[in-house]
Design a protein around this ligand. Structure first.
Ligand SMILES: NC(=O)c1ccc[n+]([C@@H]2O[C@H](COP(=O)([O-])OP(=O)(O)OC[C@H]3O[C@@H](n4cnc5c(N)ncnc54)[C@H](OP(=O)(O)O)[C@@H]3O)[C@@H](O)[C@H]2O)c1
Length: 351
């Protein structure tokens, strides 16, 4: 069996939309090191084709980074306006709502070398791709082209440990329906990888933030918190991760695949309560734009009372495995550096 490794590229800041010509240039320089059964290493150009089921927040950043490195990217979204946006980034985009469309409307799927699944489970159905198309997926992906399969999951599968640290070897205690559905989805994608003879990975992500989606953005836009955010507001430990670090982890995994695949937590070093994160963001913005912040509304986190009964899923999630096995050095080990980088990239955002 041959293991193909794409030559490493330094993780850099997310920039999009990337330009198409730059990608073509880079693509020509992209090589694959093949370790064959004779033990010798050969280098040859490789077609690196990523297909992303659900080009959402993470998918968009990841696609932009891979585009910069010359990959061909295809992916799905559910709306026409999003499709246009993704096409503008140079992605081959397909309108695909798992419940309404047929997998046969995705012609690029069987040509893909790398597959990322970012569509969350649906209430009552579970993972929509596995629930509706498991056999079709298996037959479309079994032509030997697929080398890497990854599923984006969540740390909520660990349930409540009363604040104790959890790693990938800890028993999962998913209590909510959505966390249970995640676990079933995780096992389903790992199982599909085994059936196809392809290394499959599950990445359990903490709360995702990045440019456009962060405490900084919430305060600037004077948005109120969603119900989920409010529920998480009362927790003492909230794991989070900057989207640039998620991209870094995914790329490290592509560059250094293991034969057996695996499960990795993807979180930063600092499981801090959200209240603290919002306070930090607010103080930082006040310092940067004192006049504008004085005009803005009170911090959204002070708008409601924390109830002890709301405490849910207290746990601290360890990231030691991704550091050890994938060689990850976090770009943003704490929310402080992540939020500072977001604020620094903004010109005066106040209308
Ligand atoms: N947000 C967090 O803090 C967090 C934390 C841990 C894990 N996660 C999970 O990690 C993954 C990536 O997160 P994210 O924030 O990048 O997610 P996201 O922005 O919500 O993206 C999800 C993608 O799935 C697509 N999708 C949703 N329902 C679909 C359906 N029925 N059929 C087809 N496509 C569907 C969406 O389509 P459109 O692009 O058209 O909307 C979108 O492209 C998701 O599974 C998410 O649930 C999120």
């Amino acid at each position: 069996m041959e293991i193909c490794m794409i030559s490493g590229q330094c993780p850099g800041p997310c920039v999009f939309p990337p330009t198409f010509d730059a990608h073509r240039q880079l693509k020509l320089r992209q090589f694959c090191c093949c370790y064959s059964s004779d033990g010798k290493t050969h280098s040859s150009p490789v077609a690196s084709r990523m297909f992303i089921f659900g080009v959402g927040f993470v998918g968009k950043f990841f696609a932009a980074e891979l585009k910069m490195e010359g990959w061909d990217i295809s992916g799905t979204c559910t709306s026409v306006s999003k499709k246009k946006e993704l096409q503008h980034m140079g992605l081959e985009t397909f309108l695909f709502n798992a419940e309404d469309h047929d997998l046969n409307c995705l012609p690029r799927l069987q040509d893909t070398s790398h597959l990322l699944i970012s569509i969350p489970p649906i209430s009552g159905l579970g993972d929509p791709l596995l629930g509706l198309y498991r056999d079709l997926l298996r037959s479309k992906l079994s032509n030997g082209k697929l080398q890497w399969l990854s599923y984006l999951s969540t740390t909520s599968v660990y349930g409540d440990t009363g604040g104790a640290w959890v790693d990938e070897n800890c028993p999962v205690k998913a209590s909510s329906e959505s966390a249970k559905a995640r676990l079933v989805a995780e096992e389903g994608w790992l199982e599909l990888g085994r059936a196809l003879g392809v290394p499959a990975y599950v990445f359990r992500l903490g709360g995702i933030y990045g440019p456009g989606r962060s405490a900084v953005d919430t305060i600037i836009k004077q948005q109120t918190l969603t119900k989920n955010q409010r529920n998480r507001e009362s927790t003492k430990f909230t794991s989070r991760v900057h989207v640039a670090d998620i991209c870094q982890v995914l790329k490290a995994c592509i560059n250094k695949p293991s034969l057996s695949g695996g499960v990795y937590n993807v979180v930063d070093d600092d499981p801090t309560p959200r209240v603290e994160v919002f306070e930090f963001a607010r103080e930082m913005l006040k310092e940067k734009w004192p006049g504008e912040m004085a005009k803005s509304l009170p911090s959204p986190v002070t708008d409601f009372i924390h109830k002890k009964d709301d405490y849910k899923g207290e746990k601290r999630v360890s990231n030691a495995l991704m550091k050890r096995e994938l060689g990850i050095k976090l770009l943003h080990p704490t929310y402080r550096s992540g939020l500072r980088s977001i604020a620094e990239s903004l010109h005066n955002p106040f209308p």
